[in-house]
Design a protein around this ligand. Structure first.
Ligand code: AKG
Ligand code: MN
Length: 202
């Protein structure tokens, strides 16, 4: 259900910003993205396999492997990334009010048991640009803290259609996904969660 914009630890949350029809249309767009740029299960620089599968759209995609975390103009298979779906760009322009479009729309897929450890998004060149996050499919327990690792954190559930903006002081907030409630949404036939994050990389 669409709700009022809320602010939690400096992060803006629009509950149910995308209705069911918009979510379904976006999933269809993302099937096209994944056909051009297949999901990969990335490895951290430390050699650990991530539980999340990833792909990207836009001029640059975020990748990780033994060589480190970075943005690359090519998918590991050697092709350019597909374009960011127009509805995602429209949402970015609407909610950020920025004239500058994102360079990257990172696409994360969380299957049963997938999670994302507490981290900061800091591989981008200018932290004055926010990160816009869109949730689709299963519910996720999102954890948010402060800009220092040692600060207390709190968590809340993100549901399908919710949109989150991490900007201002919250741009460098520590955050992660503790777990998903597998099968809690009917959006994706096999269950699971998709999260999109739009980033200006420079
Ligand atoms: O899945 C989410 O809600 C957050 C994803 C995230 O923090 C990231 O991709 O950097
Ligand atoms: Mn992040």
């Amino acid at each position: 259900m669409k709700g009022e914009m809320q602010e939690i630890r400096g992060v803006r949350l629009w509950p149910g910003r995308l209705d069911r029809a918009a979510q379904e249309a976006l999933v269809a767009d993302l099937r096209g993205v994944a056909a051009a740029a297949p999901f990969v299960q990335p490895v951290t620089p430390g050699g650990r396999q991530m539980s999340v599968r990833m792909t990207a759209a836009g001029r640059l995609g975020w990748v990780t492997d033994r060589r480190g975390y970075r943005y690359e103009p090519h998918h590991p298979q050697g092709t350019v990334w597909p374009p960011i779906p127009p509805v995602v760009l429209a949402l970015w322009r609407d909610l950020t009010g920025l004239a500058r479009d994102p360079d990257c729309c990172l696409v994360n897929f969380y299957g049963a048991g997938a999670r994302m450890g507490l981290h900061q998004d800091r591989d981008e060149g200018d932290f004055s640009y926010p990160v816009l996050s869109i949730s689709l499919g299963d519910e996720a327990l999102f954890r948010i803290g402060g800009t220092e690792r040692s600060e207390a954190t709190e968590s809340f559930w993100l549901r399908s259609g919710d949109v989150l903006l991490m900007g201002g002081a919250a741009r460098l907030a520590w955050h992660g996904v503790d777990r998903i409630r597998h099968g809690s949404s009917t959006l994706l036939p096999q269950g699971g969660r998709i999260n999109l994050t739009c980033r200006v990389v420079m």
